[in-house]
Every structure is written in C-alpha cells, then in structure tokens.
Design a protein around this ligand. Structure first.
Ligand SMILES: Cc1cc2nc3c(=O)[nH]c(=O)nc-3n(C[C@H](O)[C@H](O)[C@H](O)COP(=O)(O)O)c2cc1C
Length: 207
C-alpha cells in the first residue's frame, strides 16, 4: 500500500512510529522554575552529534493546562526555562516505573514520588537523576524550536541539549565497553509495544 501523509491512511493506527523503531527512550528529569522535580519518558529522542555530544527530545502539545497559547509538556517548559535536563537511561528493570511517569500528572507533581523512584544528585546540573538507572546524561539546553504542524495542530517542540556529563555504573561495563547484555535497554516500537535489547550482533564497516 501507499498513502500520502496529508490524506487518510485507512489503517487502525498511524503506522509511522512503528516504522521508525526501535526508538530509544529518553527518560527526562528536570526542575521547574520553583525547583520542583519532574520526570517523563520521551521516545522522540535521540543522539544527534558526537563533538560535543548532543541529544534532542520532542514534546507534543498537551490540551489546555496553564493557558499557554500552545500548551507544552512540563519537560519542555522546564528545559527551556531552567536550561538544564538529565536523560536517565531506561532499562528492563525500570520499565514499569518509566511507563508510570508518563501519567499526565498536574504541573508540579513529583513523578519520582509517584513511581517510587529515588533521586540522586547530578554533578554539573541541578535536576536530580533517577538512582535506579545505570547511566545518565547531564545536559544543558542549547535551543528549543518548533516542528512543522499540520493545519489545526500545534507543533511539537524540539529541545536540543548539549551533554556536559555522563554517568555509567561500572556494573554495565565489560573491559571498559558498555555491555548491552548487562545494560538491557528498552526501546519503543509502535503503539504500546516495546523491545528489550538482547539480540546483539557486530558488523565491520567497509572502511
Ligand atoms: C515510552 C513513552 C514515550 C513517550 N514519548 C513521548 C514523546 O516523545 N513526546 C511526547 O510529547 N510525549 C511522549 N510520551 C508521553 C509523555 O511521557 C507524557 O505526555 C508525559 O505526561 C509528559 O510529561 P511532562 O509534561 O511532565 O513532560 C511518551 C510516553 C511513553 C510511555
């Protein structure tokens, strides 16, 4: 089949996400301008550059809170207002808590507490880390900019962040290399489907 994305696809769900998969889950912790912690997963998330290391996450609009012209997700608001966020690496062990923190809690609610997670201080930024995670990226916000938006829709907002510090629990290293069998990352597929990284193989590049 083929469909134009500006026309109806006729399928039960939009297949777009399922074809750009698996997507890593950026589990984003921030502080609001009053210093209250916030935590939520974003699978519109990826690494986009090495030197310096940079990541993006993209927040969709949310209906009618705070009365903004374009209501935004708290993680985006906080990363923009405070200039900082932490990416907590979501794993098989933390999957249920990660999912729980996607609940649309009121602004200012502490999703660490809602999901029963412990906080650990970051080194270079103020938002706390999820202690249960084996790796974390401490980030400063570089830019926040809108995606295209279909008629009648608000755009997503893309947060570009510079990774200024990286934590890795040595228990997920083997010979100094990140051991994917120990790390057990989870990725998002389409709809409510996820994948656990397990079937790892190596391939040499041609040059
Ligand atoms: C695995 C997973 C991935 C998600 N990815 C995104 C995403 O990329 N963009 C987005 O706007 N919402 C995404 N969500 C929904 C948000 O997590 C949810 O709207 C959350 O309440 C936002 O919280 P915040 O307003 O505190 O940032 C995702 C949810 C789950 C469970």
């Amino acid at each position: 089949m083929f469909f134009r994305t500006d026309q109806k696809h006729g399928l039960p769900h939009n297949p777009f996400n399922a074809l750009v998969a698996p997507r890593p889950v950026g589990w984003i912790s921030t502080l609001d301008r009053d210093g209250r912690p916030n935590l939520a997963p974003y699978s519109f998330f990826n690494a986009v550059s090495y030197a310096p290391p940079q990541v993006i996450f993209s927040g969709g609009p949310r209906p009618g809170r705070r009365g903004e012209a374009v209501p935004m997700k708290d993680s985006v608001i906080n990363a923009r207002e405070t200039g900082e966020f932490v990416v907590n690496v979501a794993t098989w062990e933390t999957r249920a808590a990660m999912n729980a923190t996607s609940a649309h809690a009121p602004a200012g609610a502490d999703e660490f507490e809602l999901a029963g997670l412990a906080k650990e201080s970051a080194v270079l930024v103020k938002p706390p880390r999820v202690k249960e995670c084996p790796a974390h990226l401490e980030c400063v916000t570089v830019a926040v900019y809108p995606t295209l938006a279909a008629p009648g829709y608000a755009p997503n907002l893309i947060v570009l962040g510079r990774v200024v510090g990286i934590h890795i629990d040595e228990r997920v290293l083997t010979g100094g290399i990140v051991d994917q069998a120990k790390l057990q990352l989870v990725g998002r597929l389409g709809g409510d489907q996820f994948v656990r990284v397990g079937d790892v193989f190596a391939m040499r590049r041609p040059d």
